[in-house]
Each structure stands twice: as structure tokens, then as C-alpha cells.
Design a protein around this ligand. Structure first.
Ligand code: HAM
Length: 421
């Protein structure tokens, strides 16, 4: 029997991979401009890190983790998200001892055992950033705007930012009471998860996918914020406006992870069925200490790259990610064959993308191959031309042919490569 990929995973084949590289390159370039530096942490961590970090009453921890016992009988988990591992690394490597705000980013696979559908996979990829050490609302706005600009620069249409404040622990305690007053009379009508979460973590109930509609009249957390939280939120909004981020306040936005304090936000865009969230994030001022580090604030975001690529496709945004080949060499005869092997090497050394035939095909088939690679030019060498020290060049765009000296070939190829950019 032929093997198949695991449910909820994908193969990204040539032709599609280039789009991934394009999007990743955009992320890296944006991070360079925003002065975030890359961090790479393990794909698996101790299970307990996610239980404590992400929160025991979340869907992720309750239902979706890929956990296993390793041969030393330790419980390990494939990372379901990036923040917990980055916080662990920040603490373990004492990055908090550095004089500047630690601004970090990552791009890589995450794993959640979810029911697969368009836009929801068991292995998926996030571009995320985390900034540690600053409580200034300007950095909340910087993080929100970074994700927004990423979407804009990729050309995504109709991206909306929803923003909320989930306050500090004191504000949340006050809100918890009001929310319980609202939820208790309807407790019997709620799903099992909601019923159990009501006692343990009532705000999590607002994130329930089943009972959403019942919470339209739920009290707003914004009415329970104390002065400090309100001020912080107001300043974040002002900064966002000055940074040209289009946002709306959604007071029911609680996010699916437990670590958030103050700012919480999501990026939404239509195009993949029922799923409209392409990314999200927020501030997590208690997480570093929860994970055994000093009291250090943090804020970050995670964007789902599969979802972004799906919407780019849906909106027919052409990234022009597949680059044409600079030159395809065709040899007619044995001596010519030896010469193009050398010229191929020189062209590649010069930085050009170059290809030749390895299947002993006739000239016509080789020209078709050149077409399939979208070659800008084919360089055709016969034994006769070789004797003259010349080679024929055919522009694939115009069909024009010219003969050039072999000694000038590289210079000519470079001209072609630059002209056809
Ligand atoms: P999250 O909201 O759980 O946040 O995930 C962020 C994004 O990852 C989602 O908006 C979505 O685009 C994508 N995503 C999540 N699950 C799947 C899935 N099963 N298939 C495809 N895409 C998915 C976090 O993970 C936080 N760590 C974000 C953060 C960073 N907060 C602070 N710092």
C-alpha cells in the first residue's frame, strides 16, 4: 500500500513552496525594519510548559496537544504555539539581563490535534513576534501594526483588526463576578465545556465556538477596567490611529489562550469558509513569572501562514514568486556538450540561474523544456559555432536570435537577465 501524509498535514511542492518563501521573506524583511531578531526554539518542549503557559482550561491544552512520553518516560509535547517556548528560552538564557527590549521573531511549524478543514490543519505554520521588557503602550501598537503591515504589504484585501483589553488580574476579578451573574441563569443551556469552564475560568466561556450566539448581551470587560488599564488601552488606540491601522473594538474578544493581560487583538479577513481569523496576539504581563522568570512584561502576535496564503490565492493576488530561469543551454554535438558544461558552471558562478538537458533529448524537446522553466534566453551551441568561438542566443520573449562571441557570453547573459526582470 502506498503511504499517505498524516491527516491534517500538507506537502508543499515546487511551485507552491516559492509562495511560502516569498511570504517568509516578507516577514523577515519586515522584522528587519522593525528591528526584531530571529529566535529558533525546539519543536517540542516539556508538556508542563504548555499546560502552565497556554492554560489548563484552553481548548489547546484540554484537547489539542500532541503529547508523548519519550524513552526516558518524560511527557513531551509538539509545540502548539510559539509564545511559551520563546518565553522559556528568554528565561533560561536570561535575556531579561540585556539592556534593551528583547524583540524576537520566529517562523515555523506548530502542531494542534484539531478537526481538519480548509484553513485548519494539524501541522500549520506561524510567523510570530514577541517583545519583552516594556509596558509602554507604544510597543503594543508597534506589534499590532507590524502584523497589519505584513498583511497590507502582501496585498491582502479587507483585513480588519479587532482589539480589546482583557485588563489586569484585579479588573478581571471584578469582571468575573459580573460575568458569572450573567452566565449563571443560562448555565443549564450551555455546552458541557462551558459548564465546566464557568467554575474554573468563566472568561473562557466567551470564546466557546458552540454557544457564541448566547453571549451577545454579556457585560463588557471594558466597563470593569480600572484606571490604569483604561489609560493603557486608550493610548494603544491613539497610537494605532496615528500608525494608520484600521481597527474596531470588540469587547467580547478574549482569545483562545489564557496568558493575556491588557491588549488582546485579532486580524480578520474573509475568504476561507467559516474561518475568518488569520492571526492574533496580545500582552502577557504575567507569563514570564508564571514560567519561573522575573516579573517581565511581554507582548506578541502569531499569524497563520496557511490562512494568509489561502486568502492570497482566493483574492487572486499573484506574488510572482516563481522566478524565471536566466538561461537554458542547448548543445548540439559532443564538443559543444563539453563546452556548455563549462559555460553552465561559469553562468551559475556569476549568479545566474542556468539549466541544461540531461536526458539526451532532441533540440525541439530541449526548447520545450526551456519554455517550461520560463527561460529568459536559450544559448544554443553547435560544433560549428564552437569552432568559430561563438554561440547563438535566442530571446524566449521575442524570438530574436543573435550570435555572440563565447568570450562575451557571460556579459550578454547578464544583460538579458537584467532586461527581463
Ligand atoms: P492563536 O490565536 O492560537 O495565537 O494562533 C495564531 C494564528 O495561528 C491563528 O490566528 C491562525 O491563523 C493560526 N492557527 C491556529 N491554529 C491553526 C490551525 N490548526 N491551522 C491553521 N492555522 C492555525 C497563538 O498561537 C499565540 N501564540 C499568538 C501570540 C504570540 N500571542 C502572543 N504572542
Amino acid at each position: 500500500m502506498a503511504y499517505q501524509k498524516p491527516t491534517g498535514t500538507q506537502d508543499f511542492l515546487p511551485g507552491v513552496v516559492e509562495k511560502w518563501q516569498f511570504v517568509e521573506q516578507k516577514a523577515r524583511d519586515l522584522c528587519r525594519r522593525f528591528n526584531y531578531r530571529e529566535i529558533r526554539t525546539p519543536l517540542f518542549e516539556q508538556t508542563e510548559l504548555f499546560e502552565r503557559g497556554v492554560g489548563e482550561t484552553t481548548d489547546i491544552v484540554e484537547k489539542e496537544m500532541y503529547s508523548f512520553k519519550d524513552k526516558g518516560d518524560r511527557s513531551m509535547t509538539l509545540r502548539p504555539e510559539g509564545t511559551a517556548g520563546v518565553v522559556r528560552s528568554y528565561v533560561e538564557n536570561k535575556l531579561y539581563g540585556e539592556p534593551d527590549v528583547s524583540k524576537l521573531y520566529y517562523i515555523g511549524p506548530m502542531f494542534r490535534y484539531e478537526r481538519p478543514q480548509a484553513g485548519r490543519y494539524r501541522q500549520f505554520h506561524q510567523f510570530g513576534v514577541e517583545a519583552f521588557g516594556a509596558v509602554d503602550p507604544a510597543i503594543d501598537a508597534e506589534v499590532v501594526s507590524l502584523g497589519y503591515q505584513f498583511c497590507k504589504e502582501l496585498g491582502l484585501q479587507g483585513v480588519k483588526v479587532e482589539i480589546n483589553s482583557v485588563g489586569n488580574p484585579e479588573s478581571r476579578a471584578a469582571y468575573r463576578e459580573k460575568l458569572l451573574e450573567f452566565l449563571t441563569p443560562m448555565k443549564d443551556t450551555l455546552c458541557k465545556d462551558c459548564q465546566s469552564r464557568m467554575d474554573r475560568n468563566p472568561m473562557r466561556v466567551l470564546d466557546c465556538k458552540v454557544d457564541q450566539d448566547k453571549f451577545t448581551n454579556a457585560p463588557s470587560i471594558l466597563d470593569s477596567l480600572d484606571e490604569e488599564c483604561t489609560n493603557h488601552f486608550e493610548q494603544v488606540k491613539q497610537y494605532l490611529t496615528s500608525m494608520e491601522v484600521e481597527f474596531v473594538v470588540n469587547h467580547r474578544l478574549v482569545r483562545g489562550l489564557d496568558y493575556y493581560t491588557h491588549t488582546a487583538f485579532e486580524y480578520k479577513a474573509q475568504g476561507i469558509g467559516a474561518i475568518d481569523t488569520i492571526g492574533g496576539g496580545g500582552r502577557y504581563n504575567g507569563l514570564v513569572s508564571e514560567i519561573g522568570g522575573p516579573e517581565q512584561p511581554g507582548i506578541g502576535l502569531g499569524l497563520g501562514l496557511e490562512r494568509i496564503l489561502l486568502i492570497l490565492d482566493k483574492q487572486e493576488i499573484n506574488l510572482n514568486a516563481v522566478k524565471p530561469l536566466d538561461v537554458y543551454f542547448v548543445a548540439l554535438g559532443e564538443a559543444a556538450e563539453r563546452e556548455i558544461t563549462k559555460q553552465l558552471h561559469l553562468a551559475r558562478k556569476e549568479g545566474l540561474s542556468a539549466e541544461r538537458d540531461y536526458l539526451g533529448r532532441k533540440m525541439k524537446a530541449q526548447m520545450k523544456s526551456a519554455d517550461r522553466f520560463h527561460a529568459k534566453v536559450t544559448a544554443i551551441l553547435g560544433d560549428d559555432e564552437l569552432e568559430q568561438g561563438e554561440i547563438a542566443l535566442k530571446s524566449m520573449a521575442t524570438g530574436e536570435q543573435q550570435t555572440v562571441k563565447l568570450s562575451e557570453l557571460l556579459m550578454k547573459l547578464r544583460e538579458f537577465a537584467e532586461k527581463a526582470e
